[in-house]
Every structure is written in structure tokens, then in C-alpha cells.
Design a binder for this molecule. Structure first.
Ligand code: HEM
Length: 654
């Protein structure tokens, strides 16, 4: 059993929340586990000592699930558990007892070690155990070391906040050392540019790939470099203008369904308003959109529940669990077979795979009937299935097998669902708390689309709406950390203020690019904590760095509609950058622009709870801790409509 993958726990959050169907609270114990993961990162098999900590006794996911899922889901889960329990025979029971008894002893040991505080005890215990077990430090010798205790990572705040504090104290490149193991945290745009663009192929996705491989197979995110090159070349052309035009129409239809749902909720209320968890609504919307856009599958999750939807959420939840749990017990075949959540995971994967296989089969059958000319000149405005899947099977030269296609689809389903939902969630959160931004947004939306159905051209005119989404992605980047591992020795550039000799690092060094730190950096942004979309309209340079960093220059963004890493010289990287940049960035931003515009022109949203109660919990994306409860009321006649009404009234009078 290898523990090296546990470092993703820190990377993932910075936490690890894929589960969309529930609020995302993170207990102190689970944070400790994440912190502990950092301590036990290793490439050598684990001694028996560390497996003393029980996966079940300390499972953050289990404790969070039971406290946060819908009663119906909980009941189903309980039922499932009881069926599994009955299936245990006595041999299995003995195996389980043998496995868990040491865990209980570990808890007792940690209790005394931590003088009554189990978290502290575990932290110390794991740090001690880690001594001597793991490979020598592969981090550069001259990298500043952040001062702190492992248990500092186990505080009440999300973990990326701890990484931010160390960035402020230790600089844009620093090292966290736990025993002989180190993590290098990068928050400097020059070093980030080097890692993502200038020497991108010396790095792979390390533990992230290991976690995601059982789910995404050889999809773009976890794929080995050879597979990645072939598939990236096949997938990128699928995102073309005609596709986007078809997609924008679909975004509009799906957003209209969300509007209908809100209208119904309001109609059913007694006071003309409804309190709605907008995070959950955006997740439903995001799932429906990604299903239609990627493989022309109607999840219909805005209005219904289905086994496939449950399976998708189940898989997302398991990805979260794996990214926060530091013992990869799911790699042990016996445990995979007997642990209920692992069996449920296998069942969920099967449901999704069967669904995707059916869709691939169908797409292939349709494609084979079409001749080359029709394929070359297909008219997207008339296609009943304009999805990426159809494009990929129609690309006959590329000829991926069904398994590869399925991996591609699964990857895009997971990469594109929660991320986009999270952008909408936090954008709305920011907008409703900034009346001036809200007023300017509404004026723009009314003027550009009014009551019409928005199209691709309208997005180009919604400049302030686009800047608003970018600004919320700056404050709430999804994900807050990117993960890399060095494939061979390298020397990181000194960056803005680092050692002029640079930082030599060894093969296997683990790096976390802190998108959160970059986006919140007081060195790179004026008043970084302010929500101010206008900043993306302004040129901002900083002479203090002697020309090493170009600052933010809208014109440098290669004519892109949305602010990007090029315009900001890698200070703003919501979609990464360089060769591994997100393939779905435009898809996601168009989707968010259409959805936000359509919702805001119809409804007024106000937080139904104090802002601090919303909370933050993190994983692959930043979630709320307690849902985004908003009071929704029909918007008073939009300004455009009001104007029109006034004009009509005036004409009538004349
Ligand atoms: C607002 C929504 C989204 C955000 C914030 C986002 C963010 C990112 C980021 C930061 C990366 C780079 C990861 C790294 O360098 O380690 C990435 C990669 C990726 N994203 Fe997205 N993404 C979003 C939506 C989407 C959508 C809608 C799709 C698919 C339709 C998608 C598909 C992918 C894929 C396939 C990759 C891997 C690319 C590669 O390695 O070549 N993403 N995304």
C-alpha cells in the first residue's frame, strides 16, 4: 500500500469536496487527517504502524455524509449498509476485527499522546512515525522553510488559508517540511509561468492522477503523456464556433428550466418569495448542461432524480473521500470487496459506464450511416445531437476505442460539472453583497438582452457580466490548488523576490501551485480582498519587480473575451495555463454568463442567512459549508421593460 497519494488531500483543499448533494462541513478530525496526509506522504510501502489509524473510525466523509445528506438519501444509504452488513460472514467479521482493533489502540494512544486532544495526538504520532520511513527530501535545499507545526494545518479554517499565511510570512516559493518529506508551495507568477508553460512537460499531475485514474482512466487529466498528446489533439478542435452557438442555445433552455423551478417555488409560497439553496440549484443546472453538451444525455436533474444522477453524485463523493482520506485502503482488493462505500462506488461506476457505453454505441451507429461529405459540412444549427461525443466519433481518422471515449467523456463530466456550478454559486454570493456591482450588472443585462433569448453575440456585449464572473473566480478559484510532480531534476526560477540562483529540485518533488495565493496576493492586486470586477478593465503594472512580471494588461490577453493568464502574466490562472490549460474554459464561462444573466433579469436574490454562516469547505472546488440559502423574489419589472412600459404609457397618453 503506497501512501504517496495522500498528499492530494492537502492539494485538494485544500480539502476534498466533490459531493454536490450536501453541505460541505469539514470536521477538525478530517482536517487533521488531511494534515496528517501531508506527514505521511511517501513512496515506500507503509509499515504496519501507520495502518493503525482506522479508515472508518476517522472517515471524514462518513461523518459528513451522515450529518448532511437529504433524509431520503440517508435512508437509502442506511438500507444499503444494512444489506451489506447482513452479507458479512464470520470470516469477514474476523478479518474486519483484526483490521480495526489496531485502529482503536491507535486512537487510545493518540488520546494520551495529545493529552486528551486526539487531533494533536494523531498529528504528533503520525509525524513521529513518518520519521525515517520515507524517501529523502527532494525539495531544493535553499527554499525557505515555512515555520509551523503539522497541527497548524488542522485548525478551523480551510487549509488553503494556512498556506496563505505561510506565503505572506515566507514568500512566493516555500517549503513545508514534515519529517523528511517536503512540499513546495508556489505562489509566484514567474515560477507558475515556468511550471505551467515554459517547462510544463517536466511535470505531471502526481497524486491527483493516481486518485482520478480509477474514475477517469486515460482521460486528459490523469492520462500518461503519450495518451494525453493524442487525445488533447482530438478533443480541442471539438470546441469550435458552431458548437458554441448550439451550446449557448442549450444553456439558455436549461437556465429557463431553472427559472421555471424558482417561479414554481415562489408560487407555492405564501409570501411571494422562496428560500432556496442556490448551490444545489446550480449543481443541478451544471449537471444537465454538461450531460447535454458532452454526450447529449438528458439528466433532467433540475426536475427529477434518476439512478444515473445518483451514480454521478456517488462517484463524485467517492473522489472526494479518496482525496481526503490518507490511507488508500481501496487499493486492497479484499477491502474493495467488503467496504460498503467501495462496493457502492463500483456499482455507481458500472451504472455510469453502462450509460456512456450505450450513448457511444448509439453515436457510432448514427455516424456510420453518414457519408464523409455530410460529416464535413454538417450544419450545427440543424443537428439534433451537437455534442462533443458526436464530434469525437465522427472524427473517423482519430478512431479512439470505446474505452478511451468513455474515459474522455467521464473526465469532462467530472471536470466540467462542479467547477461551473461553484463559479455561479460564488458569483451570486458576491453580487448580492455588492449593490453597486449588482446595479451595473442589471443595467447591462437589461440593455443587452432585455427579454430576448441570449445568443453567442450577446455574450460579447456583456462585458461587465464577464468581468463579474472573472472577479468571482479570482476570489474563489476552482480548484484553489494545482498539483504537480517533477519527472526529472529541475531548477525553479527565482521568481519575483526569490534566491537569484533559483531553486534546484529533485525528481519526484511535489509542488502545489496555490491559485488561491496568487489570486489573493497583496503584491499582485490592489485591495485583493475587494470584489471589484472593474479591476479587469484597468491596466495594472508593478514596477517594484523590475520588469519580471508584466502586471495585468487587458490588451495582452490575445483578444480573449474573458480575462486570462496571458493578460495577467500568470497572476490570474482560473483555468491553469500552458499545455494543460482547461479545454472547457469557454464552455464554462459562456454557460455561467448565460445562466447568471437569465436568472438576474428575472429574480432578485438576497442571502437568507448571514454571509459568514455560508462558510467555506474545499475540495476539488470551493463549496459552501452550509449551502447557499437565498431568498428569491420575482424581480420588479426590469429597467428595459420599465422604460418600454413608460414609453408605451406616454404614447397611449398622446
Ligand atoms: C468554471 C469551470 C471550470 C474551471 C474553473 C476549470 C478549471 C480547470 C483547471 C484549473 C484546469 C487545469 C488543471 C491543472 O493544470 O492541473 C482544468 C483542466 C481541465 N478541464 Fe477544466 N475547468 C472548468 C470547466 C471545465 C469544463 C466545462 C470542462 C469540459 C467540458 C473541463 C475540462 C477540463 C479538462 C479535460 C482538463 C484537463 C486538460 C488537460 O490536462 O489537458 N473543464 N480545468
Amino acid at each position: 500500500m503506497l501512501l504517496q497519494r495522500r498528499q492530494v488531500a492537502v492539494a485538494a483543499g485544500a480539502g476534498g469536496s466533490y459531493c454536490p448533494a450536501r453541505p460541505h462541513s469539514t470536521s477538525r478530525t478530517s482536517r487533521l487527517l488531511v494534515a496528517a496526509a501531508a506527514a505521511v506522504t511517501a513512496r515506500r510501502p507503509l509499515s504496519n504502524g501507520l495502518s493503525l489509524v482506522s479508515p472508518v473510525a476517522f472517515s471524514p466523509s462518513l461523518s459528513r455524509l451522515s450529518s448532511s445528506c437529504k433524509p431520503q438519501q440517508l435512508q437509502q444509504r442506511r438500507n444499503r449498509r444494512s444489506v451489506h452488513t447482513q452479507a458479512f460472514d464470520s470470516g469477514t467479521a474476523l478479518g474486519v476485527a483484526l483490521f480495526f482493533t489496531p485502529s482503536i489502540l491507535a486512537v487510545i494512544y493518540a488520546y494520551f499522546k495529545g493529552k486528551g486532544n486526539i487531533s494533536d495526538g494523531l498529528s504528533r504520532m503520525l509525524t513521529e512515525f513518518s520519521q525515517g520511513y520515507f524517501q529523502p527530501d527532494v525539495g531544493g535545499k535553499n527554499i525557505p522553510v515555512a515555520q509551523g507545526e503539522l497541527s497548524d494545518l488542522a485548525g478551523d479554517e480551510p487549509l488553503f488559508k494556512a498556506l496563505y499565511q505561510w506565503f505572506i510570512e515566507s514568500g512566493g516559493v516555500y517549503k513545508l517540511e514534515f519529517g523528511p518529506k517536503a512540499f513546495i508551495v508556489i505562489s509566484d507568477p514567474v515560477v507558475v509561468r515556468y511550471l505551467l508553460k515554459e517547462n510544463a512537460f517536466n511535470y505531471d499531475k502526481g497524486v491527483l492522477a493516481e486518485i482520478l485514474e480509477p474514475i477517469m482512466g486515460k482521460g486528459l487529466i490523469p492520462a500518461d503523456l503519450d495518451t494525453w498528446r493524442v487525445r488533447r489533439r482530438a478533443i480541442v478542435p471539438a470546441f469550435h464556433k458552431a458548437y458554441y452557438e448550439a451550446m449557448v442555445a442549450m444553456f439558455m433552455r436549461c437556465s429557463e428550466r431553472s427559472c421555471d423551478k424558482l417561479r414554481n417555488a415562489i408560487a407555492a409560497s405564501s409570501d411571494g418569495s422562496a428560500v432556496v439553496n442556490m448551490e444545489a440549484e446550480f449543481l443541478n443546472l451544471g449537471l444537465d448542461i454538461i450531460g447535454l453538451g458532452v454526450f447529449n444525455y438528458e439528466f433532467g436533474s433540475i426536475t427529477t432524480e434518476s439512478p444515473v444522477i445518483k451514480a454521478v453524485y456517488g462517484v463524485l463523493k467517492e473522489a472526494e473521500h479518496r482525496s481526503t482520506f490518507y490511507i488508500p485502503y481501496w487499493n486492497v482488493p479484499l477491502l474493495r470487496a467488503i467496504v460498503p462505500r467501495q462496493r457502492a462506488f463500483a456499482a455507481d461506476i458500472k451504472v455510469i459506464n453502462e450509460c456512456l457505453d450505450g450513448l457511444i454505441l448509439q453515436a457510432r451507429a448514427v455516424s456510420e450511416q453518414l457519408d464523409e461529405e455530410v460529416l464535413q459540412n454538417r450544419d450545427y444549427s440543424k443537428l439534433s445531437d451537437p455534442s462533443l461525443l458526436r464530434f469525437l466519433v465522427d472524427m473517423r481518422g482519430a478512431d479512439p476505442d470505446d474505452k478511451q471515449l468513455r474515459d474522455d467523456l467521464m473526465t469532462m463530466l467530472i471536470a466540467g460539472h462542479e467547477t461551473t456550478a461553484a463559479v455561479l454559486t460564488w458569483a451570486l454570493f458576491c453580487v448580492v453583497q455588492n449593490p453597486q456591482v449588482e446595479a451595473r450588472l442589471l443595467a447591462e443585462i437589461d440593455a443587452v438582452i432585455g427579454d430576448r433569448d441570449p445568443g453567442l453575440e450577446d455574450i460579447k456585449a456583456l462585458a461587465y457580466t464577464r468581468a463579474t464572473l472573472a472577479e468571482s473566480l479570482r476570489l474563489y478559484p476552482q480548484p484553489p490548488l494545482l498539483i504537480r510532480r517533477a519527472l526529472s531534476e529541475d531548477t525553479l526560477p527565482p521568481g519575483l523576490n526569490g534566491d537569484p540562483n533559483g531553486y534546484p529540485i529533485g525528481k519526484g518533488a511535489d509542488l502545489f501551485i496555490s491559485v488561491w495565493n496568487l489570486h489573493h496576493s497583496p503584491h499582485l492586486w490592489k485591495e485583493p480582498e475587494l470584489f471589484r470586477p472593474e479591476r479587469f478593465e484597468e491596466v495594472h503594472t508593478n514596477d517594484a519587480f523590475g520588469g519580471k512580471w508584466a502586471g495585468y494588461q487587458p490588451e495582452a490577453g490575445r483578444g480573449a473575451l474573458y480575462p486570462n493568464e496571458v493578460a495577467s502574466d500568470f497572476a490570474f490562472i482560473p483555468f491553469g495555463g500552458g499545455a494543460r490549460k482547461c479545454v472547457g474554459d469557454q464552455f464554462a464561462l459562456f454557460e455561467a454568463t448565460v445562466a447568471l444573466a437569465m436568472l438576474l433579469r428575472r429574480f432578485t436574490f438576497r442571502l437568507a442567512v448571514p454571509a459568514e454562516q455560508v462558510g467555506m469547505a474545499t475540495g476539488a472546488t470551493i463549496h459552501t459549508a452550509n449551502g447557499m440559502m437565498m431568498r428569491v423574489t420575482p424581480r420588479q419589472a426590469a429597467a428595459g421593460q420599465q422604460q418600454q412600459q413608460q414609453q408605451e404609457a406616454a404614447t397611449a397618453t398622446v
